[in-house]
Structures are given as C-alpha cells and as structure tokens.
Design a protein around this ligand. Structure first.
Ligand code: HEM
Length: 486
C-alpha cells in the first residue's frame, strides 16, 4: 500500500512544481531528462550547447540545468539594461556558492563592493605602475635564473602552454605574494600544486568531480593553503610586509574574517590573479607562431620600439599591432560566463524593442564569447585568427563594428561588463605584453615542427575565463646571441 502512495505523492509534487512558460517569459527548453534537463550537455561543451539553443530560440531563452532554470541572454545591446539593475539581480549569492564549491571557502560577510574598491587601490593609478614595474623585474629575474641563461647556445624544448603558464604564473606570484625570491623550489611547488588544482576547477564548480579527483583537489588545496600562509602566519609573523598579499590580509582582518578563512581566501586570490594571464599569453604566442604574417608585423613593431629611448613605456601605449593581436586572441579564447541570481521579477527590454520577463528565483547568464565575440554578423569569419581585425587601414585601433547596421557598443568583452568588470585587466594586459616583448626580444623561439597547428580547446572550460588547450604546441628556444636587457 505504501509504494503507490509514495509514487502518487511524488507525481503530485512534480505536476504541481512543473514549470510552464508564462506570458512575456523567454522560450523555455527543459530538455528530456527530468530534473537534470540540459546539465550534461551544458557541462560537456557550453559553447556548442548554447549555440544550438541560440539557433533554435534566438537571443534569449531559459533552460533547465540540474533543477535550476537559467535564462541565457545573447543580445549584447541588452547587456547594459540587465546588469545595471542591481536591485533585481544579485551577484553575491552565486559567488558564495562558487567559493564554497571551488575553494571550500565561506565568507558570509563578504562585501564585493568594498573588496572591489580595495582592489582598485592596487590595480589602478600609482599602485598599478608599481606593480607593473615589479612584474617586469620578476619576469627578467626568472628568465635569467633558467638554464637557458646558463647555456645560451643550447636549444631547449618545451610545450608552449607550460612554458607561458609557468613563467607568467611565477612572475605574477613573486609580484603579488609574500615570498622569498631565492626560494626557487617553493615557487615551483606552488605552481605545480596550483596546476593540479586548476585542472579540476571546472569539475569542482559543477560538483561533478569523482571521488579520486576530489581527493587530488583537496590535497592540492591543503598544500596551497599551507604554502600561501607560511610567510605571514609562520616565520615572518608580525613582520610588516608591504606586499599586495599583506594588504589583502589586512583587508580581510578589517572585515573580521576568521583566520582559517583568511588562509583559504589566499588561494581564491591566487586563482583570480594568476589563472588567466598565462593561458592568454600561450594562445597569443601560439597564434603568432602559426601565422607568419602576424609574427612579421609584431616583430616589425617591436623593432621600432627598441629604437626608442624608453621602449617599455612605449610598450604600454604605442603598440597598435600587438594590441590588435591581443584583442583578437581574447576574442577567440576568453569565455567567461557572467551569472546573476534574479531576486525580483524583472522586465528586460531587448534591443529590438521586445520585452521579456525574468522570473524571481531563476539565474540569468551572459555569454559574451558567443555574442558579440563569435557572432558572424559582427565579426566576419569569426573562427579565424585575423591579427589586424582590430586595426584601421591607417594603423590606428579599430573600434567601429556593426550588427544589422547598428554600431555595437560591445564588440569584444573578454573582461566582462558593468560594475563587475575585471579589476585586474590593466595589470593583465601589461604583464602579457611585457612577457611577449621579453620572449620575442630575448629568445630565438620556433615551433619544433613548422607544420604544427594550434591544439584544440578543452570544451569543459567554457565559462571559466581564459580557455585552455587539450595537448600543447611543442616549441624550442634559446637565448638570442646578442645580449638582451629590457
Ligand atoms: C587575460 C586575463 C584575464 C581575463 C580574461 C579576466 C577576465 C575577467 C572577467 C570576465 C571578470 C568578470 C567576471 C564576472 O563579471 O562575473 C573578471 C573579474 C575579476 N578579475 Fe579578471 N581577468 C584576467 C586577469 C586578471 C588579473 C591578472 C587580475 C588581478 C591581478 C584579475 C582580477 C579580477 C578581479 C578581482 C575580478 C572580480 C571583479 C569584481 O567582482 O568586482 N583578473 N576577470
């Protein structure tokens, strides 16, 4: 007697809770699998799935993903209207969910606005200039300490991804964190543990990591918490360091965050500050190595910089070709999902004039990678790398892109949009350009096999900032015969 009653009860709940599309709501696509909906396809390759949905439903639709309803907006001209409404949309709750899943971190009193204004002190204005100088010195220090510098004539072989990620990660880590510069072993350990952790982040965020993977991730987490806090909790406790990390620690203490959470928050910051620049530099150099005409144009620009009195100052402002290559690289490989929770019903105007209702309790996502970045109506042959896409014929930066005759305010959005736009973007751009400049001026660098092509993208990383490759691009390099100094 009990079973039929249970089945009936579940059936009544399911019917009662069934979701229907209401008047003015976006097209609803629940998928065929009860509760899960489209979760598997979304997690496997979000770009492919959302592109399929865009073709089926247009620029706005709601999908069911693991019990949640997610409205996806792909009309860049409606992004402002959405994100400017901080009453109906909440950034904090979903950020808290991710912090718990990815970093085992609970910051109940976390105030994103106060953290953002604290971050700005460092990543804008005079603070930024200081950090960029320090980054420059650290890149040079690391290059000089490698065995390339010890045996200048000898070619080294490596994967381009690990070459770029490890150098930029370690230089960024030395720049921002409290660390003994002579302790090369600690630097390498932090990098290796971070890569283990980074490799599993997407699965942790989606709660799909298997038992063994969860064990590896939490082992790496523990080790990183320990390594990142050793400097300020252990031997140097009480020292008044003036690094960015020390300042962050003081910020957390001013917010009365307990000590264990302070330790854990350091790993979150390590990921935020070091997780994207290395992969971006990899794609940029990879595109240059596989597109000789782009490499020639960048090398010509760098040669003209070297003739100037202050090449590094010019590197920040006078490199339209390198800037275009970087923008094109980010257009093709920066793929963050911008997610908010709908905390009040909201009527959203689209650029064509139609309005859609977003339902309280749902999530809403923007995926700028699909639109504007890969939108064929905005960028011709969007899959192709065109180094001069963001250049005018006279060599200045191109900023006029159109869709259906309307000039686009947003035609490339690697840094996000609105109030939560990446605070570290100027630091990231500067570090990537310094790195590329250093590699191209100090090293002979070539593909091991001239016929190599770019490795494919790992599709499970759509939604997590810079994409990463499956496999690598084999390169060889050695110090240039003429001495190099930046
Ligand atoms: C190529 C490199 C990078 C890319 C593509 C990138 C991209 C992004 C994106 C898309 C967001 C917005 C996420 C959202 O709205 O949900 C973001 C936020 C942020 N980024 Fe970056 N980022 C990069 C490098 C960096 C670096 C080097 C730093 C710091 C040194 C940094 C610090 C931050 C911070 C603190 C936020 C949070 C801003 C807030 O919530 O107010 N990023 N980044």
């Amino acid at each position: 007697m009990l079973w039929p009653a249970i089945v009936l009860f579940i059936a009544v709940i399911l019917i009662y809770k069934r979701r229907f599309r209401l008047n003015k709501e976006p097209p609803l696509d629940k998928g065929y699998i009860p509760w899960l909906g489209h979760a598997l396809e979304f997690g496997r390759d979000a770009a492919k799935f959302l592109n399929r949905m865009k073709k089926k439903h247009g620029d706005i639709f709601t999908v069911r993903v693991a019990g949640l309803y997610v409205t996806v907006l792909l009309d860049p001209n409606a992004y402002d209207a959405l994100l400017s409404d901080t009453k109906a949309l909440d950034f904090k709750r979903y950020a808290q969910v991710l912090m718990r899943r990815m970093f085992s971190l609970n910051l109940p009193n976390h105030d994103p606005a106060s953290e953002r204004s604290w971050m700005k002190q460092h990543f804008q204005g005079p603070g930024l200039v200081q950090l960029c100088e320090s980054m420059q010195n650290n890149l040079q220090l690391l290059l000089n300490s490698t065995d390339v510098a010890q045996n200048p004539l000898q070619w080294r072989q490596d994967g381009l991804f690990s070459f770029c990620y490890s150098l930029l990660f370690r230089a960024g880590y030395l720049t921002l964190f409290e660390v003994d510069k002579n302790d090369i072993t600690q630097l390498s350990t932090v990098y290796e543990e971070f890569r283990k952790f980074d490799g599993l982040l997407a699965k942790l965020a989606r709660s799909t990591a298997k038992k063994g993977e969860r064990r590896v991730a939490s082992g790496a987490q523990e080790r990183l918490w320990e390594l990142l806090s050793a400097c300020w909790l252990g031997e140097r406790a009480g020292a008044q360091g003036n690094t960015w990390q020390q300042s962050y620690l003081q910020h957390l203490q001013s917010e009365r965050v307990e000590e264990e959470s302070q330790r854990r928050a350091m790993l979150l910051q390590l990921w935020v500050t070091q997780g994207n620049a290395g992969p971006a530099a990899f794609w940029l150099l990879g595109f240059l190595l596989t597109h000789p005409e782009a490499m020639l144009a960048v090398r010509a620009e760098i040669r003209s910089l070297q003739l100037q009195r202050h090449p590094l100052a010019s590197l920040q402002n006078c490199t339209p070709v390198l800037d275009s290559v970087l923008s094109e690289t980010l257009r093709l490989r920066a793929a963050a999902l911008i997610t908010r929770e709908v905390i009040q019903d909201k009527l959203l105007p689209m650029s064509g004039g139609r309005e859609y209702m977003l339902r309280h309790g749902d999530r809403v996502c923007l995926f700028p990678f699909l639109s504007p970045q890969m939108d064929p109506q905005i960028h011709s042959e969007p899959e192709e790398f065109k180094y001069n896409r963001f250049l005018n014929a006279d060599g200045t930066e191109r900023t006029d892109f159109f869709k259906g005759g309307v000039r686009m305010k947003y035609y490339n959005m690697p840094w996000g949009v609105g109030g939560n736009m990446c605070v570290g973007r100027h630091f990231a751009v500067s570090g990537i350009k310094q790195f590329v400049f250093m590699v191209l001026t100090c090293l002979d660098l070539e593909l091991c096999d001239q016929r190599s092509t770019m490795p494919p993208v790992n599709p499970s990383r759509y939604g997590f900032g810079m994409l990463q490759p499956i496999g690598d691009l084999e390169i060889r390099y050695r110090l240039k015969p003429a001495s190099c100094s930046l």
